[in-house]
Design a protein. Structure first.
Length: 78
């Protein structure tokens, strides 16, 4: 980056920093959301809640399906 370009684009530095930070946060959130160990932990929690009658069969099935979709990498349709 040349001196003139650096001086001209200097006011945009905070914007580039915010964009970079937002991208880093998004990447980390997706990494955690699709982490297989976290999904397995949540599946175990659903199974525990089902056994304790804290969830109905329909609720537990829906939660398990959503977790399995996350595990296989399928994105929810919006």
């Amino acid at each position: 980056m040349g001196l003139v370009t650096g001086l001209v684009t200097l006011p945009l530095a905070p914007v580039r920093g915010v964009v970079w930070l937002a991208e880093c946060l998004r990447d980390e959130a997706e990494r955690q959301l699709y982490d297989p160990a976290e999904i397995r932990r949540e599946l175990a929690e659903v199974a525990r809640a089902r056994e304790a009658d804290e969830l109905t069969e329909a609720e537990a099935d829906a939660l398990e399906q959503a977790l399995l979709d996350r595990l296989t990498g399928r994105r929810p349709m919006t």
